[in-house]
Design a protein around this ligand. Structure first.
Ligand SMILES: Nc1ncnc2c1ncn2[C@@H]1O[C@H](COP(=O)(O)OP(=O)(O)O)[C@@H](O)[C@H]1O
Ligand SMILES: [Mg+2]
Length: 262
């Protein structure tokens, strides 16, 4: 595999997906790579974790909420399932036009598809899927996709473009069940490079638990870290506020590079 460039991050709600996505985005940007960080989780929060100034975040409207754009590109309005609309809308200008660029990271929000979820047969989900396909197949940046616990917006056509699918887990059975479900969903569309990242690890026994219970190979860990709790309390970006987490995330990025070499 050539240089690793497309990462998707999934896992149970609250497990630390957004935290990991934001740390990795800054680490790659610091290495001088062009980075696009995509908030694909309806729960949101990536802008805050990246430390984007509120006035920058305010400029970035979630694509799923752009009714006029969706109509212009697909021929149908959001919320109109069952009608006619194009399944291959033009999307190549969307990343530049509807994102914000801050500290070397381009930030884009997909937003929530109402009624039927991201898999629904509706114009907004057709546009999002086309957009994610475009980002994965035709752009050369380091892409970091902060997702919910599933494979929404990805499909068979794009599966091979995902260099690594990271599932964040924590010491606990529930996040492992979610990881197993995510692994199965990923396998169904042909994504096999699925790895776990342990988070909120307190000690060696937590590490052992994760190692023993993870359904996929474990790439690394982030410790339970009061700096991260504080960062969220104060609405600060994790990269500046949590140096220890940054160091641990660098080790995860290095483990990813080693995967890319084999
Ligand atoms: N290693 C950690 N130590 C302490 N708190 C953490 C850690 N990782 C994440 N958190 C906190 O847990 C909460 C959920 O993290 P987040 O990254 O938003 O999860 P997700 O995106 O999976 O829902 C946030 O308040 C975050 O600050
Ligand atoms: Mg999140």
């Amino acid at each position: 595999m050539a240089k690793l460039s497309k990462l998707a991050i999934s896992g149970k709600g609250g497990v630390g997906k957004t935290t990991l996505a934001a740390l990795l985005a800054h680490i790659y940007a610091e290495q001088g790579r062009k980075v696009i960080a995509i908030d694909a989780d309806p729960a949101g929060g990536l802008a805050e974790a990246l430390g984007l100034p509120p006035e920058v975040t305010a400029q970035v409207t979630p694509i799923a909420e752009m009714g006029d754009l969706i109509y212009e590109r697909t021929g149908a309005r959001p919320g109109t399932a069952g009608g006619f609309f194009t399944l291959n809308p033009r999307v190549d200008d969307i990343p530049e036009r509807f994102s914000a660029l801050h500290r070397g990271i381009r930030f884009l929000r997909l937003g929530t598809v109402r009624g039927g979820g991201a898999g629904c047969i509706c114009p907004e989900s057709a546009l999002l899927k086309a957009l994610v396909t475009h980002l994965l197949l035709y752009r050369d940046e380091m892409l970091i996709l902060d997702m919910e616990a599933g494979v929404e917006h990805l499909g068979r056509a794009t599966a091979q473009a995902v260099d690594a699918f990271l599932v964040v887990v924590e010491p606990g059975q529930r996040s492992m069940s979610t990881a197993e479900r995510v692994r199965q969903l990923a396998a169904e569309i042909g994504i096999t490079r699925v790895y776990a990242v342990g988070n909120k690890v307190r000690d060696a026994s937590d590490r052992l638990f994760i190692q023993a219970h993870s359904p996929v190979p474990v790439l690394g860990h982030l410790s339970a870290n009061p700096e991260l709790t504080e960062a969220d309390l104060h609405g600060q970006g994790v990269f500046d506020a949590a140096p220890r987490a940054v160091a641990e995330a660098r080790a995860i990025a290095e483990a990813l590079e080693r995967l890319a070499e084999v």
